[in-house]
Design a protein around this ligand. Structure first.
Ligand code: SF4
Ligand code: SF4
Length: 483
């Protein structure tokens, strides 16, 4: 009973607790001053376990991202998203606008996966894998630390007059920022147009490929602006995923959290004093290390990108004062309050079921997806023609989508009847050449002996063969006089 009352008191005295007496922090963003103007963030560099782990993970992601356009599966790019030419290659498999249903279902599954992942693990994606955070913290911030020094040195440099040293440092930083942005823009463009087109842009010069060059300039400018100036505003204001946090997280979600049960009441350690307060010594190092300018001791906030910098900062302090690490750690609010391990809530189970169903559907649809699609329609407005006294003919329109990476000669045949296919404009042969990755259209006649026609509208099946192998069967109809 006493323990419960003590906990209640801690909750009320903590901004995390039911009373939320210190909730004024929710009335303004951590990156704004009292007048509502943006405050430039100077996060203190950390070097703890999480930062090292994120560095290893970030380097692996960057290596994957930059090598991605050059990686090939069966000679095809791992990822190509050529929106303008409507060519999409994912893991070496070509997708066409005709496969849009797969794309839509895939995106839906991805969305449910993101929701499920966020419900369970909070914003862990933002801190570890989001390109914005990886580039900002692992590339651009490091360049800044390297040239301008740690937080305090940066503050001093920005407040100082424009001396030769300041001009040199600022120029060097922005030149490198621009060069890295240019590199990222080239990679991004390679994912959109492919490495071959990018190579042509480099070798032929911008004048020959003006559209691609303009795109490269715009991408470079956008990346430079984001990483040199906009920075954490992307996560706090612009990114829609960040905006979703308030509806996705609940008390059992695992987030970067301050253990107020252990930490409160906070207070400085005084010499020879028996510990009269919690483990938090109110050094504010966790606040100084935060790239979005928040105090995680106030509880989960929309600005928190789960970057773990405050964990590293606090662990360093705990080590120095001989207290256990993990005052700030990955934990759920429920886990901290009730000291309960993670458990699956009905919401998590519900999302998981939907996700499994969607993934099963996508897998099945992908498995039955055709590499060559054939559509056959009887030419509208046309009846039959009598070719000779014994033969009737119908005209058809056909469309062929060749999603493979090789040219296909497709031979058309009439299934189960004595009919003959004659392509219009191909010496009356029954073969149509469909180039790789292209859509081809053709017209053809079907000649049918009159003795095969028993109804005015006969069901007809057109088969398409490639290298003697049946790849498609299309139902259509044949009009003719009944004998
Ligand atoms: S509160 Fe901690 S985890 Fe969240 S953004 Fe700030 S430093 Fe990163
Ligand atoms: S770093 Fe740890 S000890 Fe220092 S203020 Fe933050 S929570 Fe308290």
């Amino acid at each position: 009973m006493e323990a419960q009352e003590a906990l209640k008191e801690k909750e009320n005295s903590s901004p995390l607790g039911g009373g939320r007496e210190g909730a004024s922090f929710r009335e303004k963003l951590g990156v704004l001053d009292k007048q509502g103007h943006r405050e430039w963030m100077y996060p203190k560099a950390v070097n703890g376990w999480y930062y090292k782990a994120r560095t290893v993970f970030g380097v692996a992601l960057l290596a994957l991202l930059f090598s991605g356009p050059f990686l090939r599966i069966n000679g095809q790019p791992v990822l190509l998203l050529n929106v303008l030419e409507r060519k999409f290659v994912i893991f070496g498999v070509a997708f066409f606008p005709q496969d849009f249903y797969l794309f839509a279902l895939g995106m839906l599954s991805f969305l449910v996966f993101i929701i499920l992942f966020t419900v369970v693990f909070g914003r862990v994606f933002c801190g570890w894998a989001c390109p914005q955070t990886v580039f900002m913290e692992m590339v651009f911030r490091r360049i800044e630390y390297w040239i301008e020094g740690d937080a305090n040195q940066q503050r001093k440099l920005n407040a100082a007059p424009w001396t030769a040293e300041k001009i040199t440092k600022k120029t060097a930083k922005h030149v490198i920022f621009f060069a890295v942005s240019f590199l990222i823009a080239n990679t991004f463009l390679a994912y959109l147009i492919g490495t071959e087109q990018l190579q042509k842009l480099i070798t032929d010069g911008p004048a020959q490929h003006l559209g691609n060059f303009v795109a490269l300039v715009i991408f470079t400018g956008a990346f430079y602006t984001v990483f040199a100036f906009v920075r954490e505003i992307v996560c706090i204001v612009i990114c829609p995923y960040g905006r979703l946090q308030s509806v996705l997280l609940d008390n059992s979600s695992i987030v970067v959290a301050y253990d107020y049960v252990r930490g409160e009441p906070r207070g400085k350690i005084k010499k020879n004093e028996v510990q009269a307060h919690g483990d938090c010594v109110d050094c504010k190092l966790c606040v100084h290390a935060c790239p979005t300018g928040i105090d995680i001791r106030n509880g989960t906030q929309l600005e928190c990108i789960n970057c773990t910098a405050c964990i590293d900062a606090c662990d360093e302090v705990m080590l120095k004062i001989n207290r256990p690490k993990g005052l700030i750690r990955y934990a759920s609010m429920q886990g901290i309050r009730d000291k309960m391990p993670f458990r699956f809530t009905p919401r998590i189970i519900g999302y998981s079921v939907v996700l499994v169903l969607l993934l099963t559907l996508v897998t099945v649809l992908f498995a039955v997806r055709k590499e060559v699609e054939v559509t056959v329609l009887r030419t509208p407005g046309m009846l039959y023609q009598e070719k000779d006294p014994r033969t009737v003919t119908n005209l058809y329109n056909a469309e062929f989508v060749n999603k493979t990476f090789h040219d296909l000669p497709l031979e058309l045949r009439v299934k189960g009847r004595a009919g003959q296919v004659r392509m219009v404009g191909n010496n009356n042969k029954a073969v149509v050449d469909v180039p790789k990755q292209e859509v081809a259209k053709a017209m053809f006649f079907v000649d049918m002996p009159k003795n095969q026609i028993h109804t005015p509208n006969t069901k007809l099946t057109i088969q398409a063969f490639a290298d003697g192998k049946l790849i498609s069967e299309e139902e259509t109809s044949f009009l003719g006089p009944v004998q």
